[in-house]
Ligand binder design. Structure first.
Ligand code: PPS
Length: 355
């Protein structure tokens, strides 16, 4: 296999990175400010607070404020960004597999033993835990993740011109995914959130990291301004043509597939390794947990996959209402969410994530 450019040569997996345990630096104290921010409790057990225009989970807010002030970006950092439940886990697996493809045989890859979130840390949570030193201990090039909108990213990420990859998804499926994920977080004694209530909160923008439309638009506009630095992907396009997206990702990351790799089927191997069915079937993703204190097991990241599950949750009127909001918000931006493709595929049943 041909030698790869530097970005793809040397990222060690998280398993060998950094020390475990709390950061000796005390996290900055922002609690007074946080208690004054507007609060939404409808997604209990999550509490979300409106901070700089977006609803951020309270449990990570202090970490995010700390990160905004103190995160030290490196020019070769790569960021995986998304509105939650839009395909983050998949994109993490793909970028990590692409970047490390010459270090590990794909049939013995670390992604077969650990969840993708372990290789691409969620920065806000790391800061909230007081473990920022773990990020500093990672060797370059790092792949890092946050659900923050573009306007709330630490300034250094923008000023250093780091590469950003954003994935968006049909808001109707994002809502359905969030609805199930959130209900799994609830203790048994708590009634599930009724879907109609989740729908209302989502439409109002009162949803973790919402409003979704502003979140998506900020990255879309930045991708139009700086296409060489910001890659904007759609989950439905990833489902529709994984080889094209995987090649596009590798090019953007600075480590395109060589003709030999393409001939050897490396692209297809990566797609298979990161596919929904493969990831869901792995023991670590059936029973494992990201951290002992995390309430959910890893299987909560692999629910159903695919596009169109909103049909099983929403009336046509609800879907039309949500689509209308999306159209109005995106009007004039040049962004569409390929409703036609999804519609067409949905008439033949849901579009399923590839095996
Ligand atoms: S999170 O919690 O924000 O990181 O969640 P996120 O990964 O963004 O979104 C979860 C949804 O993505 C689906 N998923 C996948 N789809 C296709 N291929 C792969 N490999 C994959 N991995 C996860 C997952 O099933 C969630 O969607 P729903 O609709 O709930 O099934």
């Amino acid at each position: 296999m041909a030698a790869l450019p530097s970005l793809c040569n040397s990222p060690p997996p998280m398993e060998s990175q950094g020390k475990k345990g709390a950061d000796p630096r005390p996290p900055s104290n922002f609690t007074d400010l946080i208690s004054t921010l507007p609060l939404e409790e409808g997604w209990a057990p999550l509490r979300i607070r409106k901070y700089q225009g977006f609803w951020i989970p309270e449990r990570v807010l202090q970490g995010i404020m700390d990160m905004q002030q103190n995160f030290k970006a490196r020019p070769d950092d790569l960021f995986v960004l998304s509105y939650p439940k839009s395909g983050t886990t998949w994109l993490k697996a793909l970028t990590y597999a692409i970047m490390t493809r010459t270090q590990y045989p794909l049939d013995h890859h670390p992604l077969l033993r650990q969840n993708p979130h372990e290789f691409v840390p969620i920065m806000g949570i790391t800061y909230a835990k007081g473990e920022a030193s773990e990020l500093e201990a990672m060797s370059s090039p790092r792949i890092l993740n946050t659900h923050l909108p573009y306007s709330l990213l630490p300034h250094a990420i923008k000023s250093l011109g780091c590469k950003l990859i954003y994935v968006c998804r049909d808001p109707k499926d994002v809502l359905v995914s969030r609805f199930h994920y959130n209900n799994r977080m609830r203790p048994q004694a708590m009634e599930p959130i009724p879907f109609t209530k989740a729908f209302e909160m989502f439409c109002e923008g009162n949803c973790p990291y919402g409003p979704i439309w502003e979140h998506v638009l900020e990255y879309w506009e930045e991708s139009q301004r700086r296409p060489e630095k910001v890659l904007f992907l759609k989950y439905e396009e990833m489902l529709g043509d994984p080889p094209r997206i995987v090649k596009r990702l590798a090019e953007f990351m600075g480590c395109p597939f060589s003709p030999e790799e393409e001939k050897e089927g490396v692209v297809e191997e990566i797609i298979k390794l990161c596919s929904f069915d493969k990831m869901k079937s792995l023991e670590v993703n059936k029973t494992g947990k990201l951290r002992p204190d995390f309430v959910l097991t890893n299987d909560s990241f692999f629910r159903k996959g695919g596009a169109g599950d909103w049909r099983n949750h929403m009336s046509p009127e609800m879907a039309r209402k949500l689509d209308r909001i999306t159209e109005q918000k995106f009007e004039g931006s040049g962004l569409t969410l390929d409703a036609v493709d999804v519609e067409a595929a949905a008439t033949n049943g849901d579009v399923q994530a590839q095996a």
